[in-house]
Design a protein around this ligand. Structure first.
Ligand SMILES: Nc1ncnc2c1ncn2[C@@H]1O[C@H](COP(=O)(O)OP(=O)(O)O)[C@@H](O)[C@H]1O
Ligand SMILES: [Mg+2]
Length: 248
C-alpha cells in the first residue's frame, strides 16, 4: 500500500555561523516519512542528528532546503530531548499535563488525560512523586507521556534512552513499541544503538560524519511484534552488519 508522505524533506542544509566560514552540520538531507512510520536516525556524534530534529520541531530554521507536512500546515509535535528534561519542582502528573496547561485546556480535562497517560506508560502510584525520586527509566516514561499527551501527529525522540542501563533500555523498547502501536504515531527517533534501531524502526537512516548526509536508507523487514531473541537470528545479524558498515 502506498501512503502519501506525512513529511517531505528536501535538500535540508544547516550551517551554523562561526568565525571560520560557518560550521556545516547538515548537507542536502532528503527523505520522506509515511504516516505511522517509525524512522530511526543513526550516525556518529556531531553528524547533525539533533539539529535535524530541532529543525523539524520548528526550533531552528534550516539554512536552505525545505520540509513540508502532508496536510500543508505545521503538525502538532511531541519531542523528547536527550535527558528527560523534566521540571524538577513539578510532580509527575504536573510535568505530564504541562503541554495541556500551555494550550489552556481546562484543569479537570488535563488531569483526566494525564491519568490516562500515566496508565499508558505504567507509572500508576507515582503521580505525586518528584523527578529526583524517579529512576532514569521512570523519568523517561514521564517525558514520553508528556510528549504524547496533546496527541501530536509527529513524535521526535532524541536519544531518549541513552542514559539508561541495558536492561531498562530493553524494557523501554518494548514499552515504546507498544505505545507506538496503540497510539498510531509517526516517530522519528535519533539513537546511537544499532540494536535499538532494529528493534524499533520500520526504516533506519544512517548519517555520515559532519556535515551529515544520508549514507544509507534501510527498510527493516523484521516482522512485528519483535521479541528480545530476534537479535540472535541470522537476518537481524545481517542487517546489523550492514548498518555497522555504514556508520563510521
Ligand atoms: N546552536 C548551535 N550553534 C553552533 N553550532 C552548533 C549548534 N548546534 C549544533 N552545533 C554543531 O553542529 C554539529 C552537529 O550537532 P548536533 O546536531 O548536536 O549533532 P548530533 O546530535 O548528531 O551529535 C556539531 O558540530 C555541533 O557542535
Ligand atoms: Mg545529538
Amino acid at each position: 500500500m502506498i501512503r502519501t508522505p506525512i513529511l517531505t524533506i528536501r535538500n535540508l542544509t544547516a550551517v551554523f555561523p562561526n568565525d571560520n566560514g560557518g560550521l556545516h552540520a547538515l548537507d542536502a538531507i532528503t527523505f520522506d516519512v509515511r504516516p505511522r512510520e517509525f524512522v530511526c536516525v543513526l550516525g556518529p556524534s556531531g553528524s547533525g542528528k539533533t539539529t535535524l530534529l530541532r529543525i523539524l520541531a520548528g526550533l531552528i530554521k534550516p539554512t536552505s532546503g525545505s520540509f513540508t507536512f502532508g496536510h500543508g500546515e505545521q503538525p502538532s509535535i511531541g519531542m523528547v530531548f536527550q535527558g528527560s528534561n523534566l521540571m524538577p519542582w513539578r510532580t509527575v502528573i504536573e510535568n505530564i499535563k504541562l503541554p495541556l496547561e500551555i494550550r489552556s485546556v481546562p484543569e479537570q480535562t488535563a488531569i483526566a488525560q494525564a491519568h490516562e497517560m500515566i496508565e499508558l506508560v505504567g507509572l500508576q502510584g507515582f503521580e505525586d512523586a518528584l523527578p529526583h525520586d524517579l529512576s532514569g527509566g521512570m523519568a523517561q516514561r514521564v517525558a514520553i507521556a508528556r510528549a504524547l499527551i496533546h496527541d501530536p501527529d509527529l513524535l521526535l525522540l532524541d536519544e531518549p534512552f541513552a542514559s539508561l542501563d541495558a536492561m531498562t533500555r530493553e524494557r523501554m523498547w518494548t514499552e515504546l513499541s507498544r505505545i507506538w502501536q496503540m497510539r498510531q504515531k509517526t516517530v522519528i527517533m535519533v539513537t546511537h544503538s544499532i540494536n535499538e534501531s532494529l528493534f524499533l524502526a520500520d526504516r533506519v537512516l544512517v548519517l555520515t560524519q559532519r556535515p551529515g548526509r544520508i549514507k544509507m536508507d534501510m527498510e527493516v523487514d523484521i516482522p512485528r511484534p519483535r521479541k528480545d531473541d530476534i537479535r540472535y537470528t541470522l537476518h537481524f545479524g545481517k542487517l546489523a552488519r550492514q548498518l555497522r558498515g555504514a556508520i563510521m
